[in-house]
Design a protein around this ligand. Sequence first.
Ligand code: FE
Length: 194
Amino acid sequence: MQETKGRDMDPVDHLMQIFATAGAARYGGEPVSQLDHALQCAVWARGADADDGLVAAALLHDIGHLTYREPEEAMAEAVDDLHENRGAHLLAEWFPPEVTEPVRLHVAAKRYLCVEDPGYFDRLSEGSKRSLELQGGAFSEREAASFIVQPFAEAAVRLRRWDEAAKIPGARTPDLESFRPLLASVMVGGGNGR
Ligand code: FE
């Protein structure tokens, strides 16, 4: 998909447009769409009493997939599409580190949990296991230790667990529009320009 930067567009409208354009695509090999996955992830975050920045991160964590191309395509080509970096970069135009850093670290959090949580790897979906390989596999003990001391690493680990749980076919969620006030409230400058 070609990225429409939408310089003159309200940032929340811009994000909504990205979901409207690409959100119906399947989420990797999972039985949910990208939009369903994003909404379910945000609902888990809110249910866990995450602060608004982390709920926004949960909603937007895979936006880097949507601004690039189909994740299946990247997987079929056996390349890591580095969606976490692209997503964090896109969001940094409008959002503080409370949002962008958990997004940037959510793939590393998977690699971390493979070391720190026995059984985590086995519970991963087949799609997640496949992408893990492309993303470098489980961290070593040493990599895990240096990952978790980074700012926002704990938040990224929480996000990661909601990410894994946000793959329920047919689950009912509030719609994307209902997250508009939350997104605006966590934006730098409260969504009133950049
Ligand atoms: Fe995800």
